[in-house]
Design a protein around this ligand. Structure first.
Ligand SMILES: [Zn+2]
Length: 611
């Protein structure tokens, strides 16, 4: 039967084996048909529009609908069977596959090589799977090359319970494993260009490596994966299986890959966590090889090709991810910690930060929140840019009082004894707002109405220096967490709305007269303050109570704000009145005034909140 495209279906074909990759299928079918894989690719239309490079690298990644149709027709397969042999069905669960598929779709067939967590030109393999399952068809043409073997997170064969191999058996010196292995059954080039390529051997034997030795051999790894590693491998395979929910898989692999990168950067710090000594040694050896041969930082966060080292790395990473307190688990990996206490080059962390920022939205809220607070330099809009707001913190910037209540400060910030209490309370609020809304500390201060008059907030820099020098940066972050939890547990108050409502407010003269009528005569021997000045001063006091603001930043009444002399008098008298109100217990006049002001503040707050 002639095809519309002019192609004829083969007289013979094969059924794809479970999980088989398209390239593997091409190899087996070519073997069966006694033609070269390249010839088969040509006859099925795989190399029609192209250049060899594409066929070699992207065959098993993605095919166009037309390619699938042609291939299915000539090989007598269902188009769905053809698509199932590519990476495309995995793309919705494994983000590096999605990126690679997108690159191929966009015609960027060469940039598909750049993802460190997808094997583009190499793959691992299970020698026992390749040896076949003993059936006639597998005895004749070999077992299947699994599409999943292109994923570095697949390090063991669950059927045979062995680690996957990556070296051709002829490469006997395993210490040379850093050199790029290439056992992947890429389509050999046409015989005319490279007559000595693997083609004749493929025709006459089971799958072979470039050196011509059969890949179906006994495992090279001396160790077998133990129950914990097999459980991890099963968990990973479950997440990759079609039919399950996609988002948890995407999030898991995004986080696993990001965190594995950080684990590699900080390796000696996390070595004792959750893996065996042999696996840890394999990881260390892998990292040492990278240090020695190629220190380009991006190399260091790609997956180890060696399944054994990769398994150790993933085991450590998975256990970190599963920690009850993720933030605590990540704390040893925080760049801040490492920058100040280890010799890790800052650029490695900066590159990781950038990568994290890029993939952050694909992570779970839990991971975002933990990593955001652990990695101080991360959430920025660009180099030297501003922080992006943290999600999942739950506390909105308007719910943060400008002057952290004293009780909270005493409860959580006493370890900052070197910082003046006033600065502790002010800074904590600024940092909380920065957490909630992103941006700079200066912007957070401005949001709170804390006005350093055009100067930078020196005190926050001072605090940062102190935290670093004293090694208490993490304590501070944890204190902010605890304060956040307490603020969230209390009544939700929109302090921003209160600040806005009172921006130009002063106590109405009638209300002031009303209050005065209830007070004893002022008996101070000091020069009495004029009634109106006292009215403005108590207005500031009410303002601090309603907005939970700091006395220093109470807004100056507009009608005196631009007169330096009046403003100075206002500042002075405000100080005096605040002083006496603090000592109200020993002063009948202020002792009587204070509760009246508190009552007034409560009423005023209620009115504003109800608006
Ligand atoms: Zn196997």
């Amino acid at each position: 039967m002639a095809m519309s495209s002019g192609r004829r279906p083969f007289g013979l074909s094969l059924d794809p084996l479970k999980g088989e990759s398209l390239t593997g299928f091409v190899l087996r079918l070519a073997h069966r048909l006694h033609i070269s894989p390249h010839e088969l690719a040509r006859l099925t239309g795989l190399t029609e529009q192209d250049r060899l490079g594409r066929a070699r690298a992207s065959l098993s990644t993605r095919l166009t609908p037309a390619e699938i149709k042609n291939f299915a027709a000539t090989t007598r397969l269902d188009p769905r069977e053809v698509r199932a042999m590519t990476l495309e069905p995995l793309a919705s669960r494994y983000p590096p596959a999605a990126r690679s598929v997108a690159n191929v779709r966009a015609g960027k067939v060469y940039s598909m090589h750049t993802d460190g967590w997808l094997f583009a030109t190499t793959a691992r393999y299970c020698p026992r799977c390749l040896a076949g399952d003993g059936s006639d068809i597998q005895n004749a043409h070999g077992g299947p090359w699994q599409i999943l073997w292109r994923l570095p997170v697949v390090f063991a064969c669950p059927l045979h319970e062995v680690f996957l191999e990556h070296l051709c058996p002829s490469a006997t010196n395993r210490s040379t494993s850093a050199a790029e292995p290439n056992c992947f059954p890429v389509l050999p080039p046409p015989e005319s260009t490279l007559p000595t390529a693997g083609l004749p051997r493929i025709r006459t034997s089971r799958p072979v490596g470039p050196a011509g030795a059969p890949l179906a051999h006994d495992p090279l790894h001396h160790h077998r994966p133990g129950p914990a590693l097999l459980a991890l491998q099963h968990k990973i395979l479950r997440l990759l299986r079609p039919g399950g929910p996609k988002q948890p898989a995407q999030q898991y692999f995004t986080e696993l890959i990001l965190l594995a990168g950080l684990v590699m950067i900080c390796w000696p710090r996390v070595q004792p966590v959750g893996t065996t000594r042999q696996l840890a040694e394999a990881v260390a050896q892998h990292l040492a090889i990278h240090e020695g041969t190629d220190s380009r930082p991006y190399r260091s966060t790609g997956a180890p090709v060696d399944a054994f080292a990769c398994a150790g790395l993933l085991q450590v990473t998975d256990r970190l991810l599963a920690a009850d307190d993720l933030r605590e688990a990540l704390s040893a990996l925080a760049p801040e910690e490492n920058r100040t206490r280890s010799g890790i080059p800052p650029t490695r962390h900066l590159i990781w930060d950038k990568n994290f920022k890029k993939h952050r939205s694909a992570c779970s809220e839990r991971f975002q929140h933990a990593a955001d607070t652990i990695v101080p330099t991360f959430r920025r809009t660009g180099k030297g840019g501003l922080r992006l707001p943290s999600t999942g913190a739950g506390l909105r910037p308007e719910h943060i009082p400008a002057f952290l209540p004293q009780a909270l400060a005493e409860h959580h910030l006493n370890f900052l004894s070197a910082i003046a209490p006033k600065m502790r309370r002010r800074s904590a609020s600024v940092f909380l707002v920065r957490r909630a809304r992103g941006g700079s500390l200066d912007e957070a201060a401005q949001f709170l109405g804390i006005n350093p008059q055009g100067k930078r907030n020196g005190y926050t820099q001072l605090l940062n220096c102190h935290l670093r020098a004293s090694g208490t940066a993490r304590d501070f972050e944890q204190a902010l967490d605890a304060i956040t939890a307490e603020l969230l547990a209390g009544p939700v108050i929109d302090y921003q709305r209160r600040r806005e409502a009172l921006a130009t407010w002063t106590l109405e003269p009638e209300s002031w007269q009303h209050l005065l009528a209830r007070l004893p005569v002022l008996t101070s021997h000091r020069k009495p303050i004029s009634d109106d000045r006292r009215r403005l001063a108590v207005s500031s006091y009410i303002w601090t109570r309603v907005t939970e603001g700091e006395p220093d930043f109470a807004p100056c009444p507009p009608h005196i704000a631009f007169d330096p002399a009046l403003r100075a008098a206002w500042t002075r008298e405000r100080h005096n009145v605040f002083h006496w109100l603090r000592k109200a217990d020993h002063q009948p006049y202020y002792g009587a005034l204070k509760p009246l002001l508190e009552d007034h503040a409560r009423l005023l707050a209620k009115v504003i909140d109800r608006r």
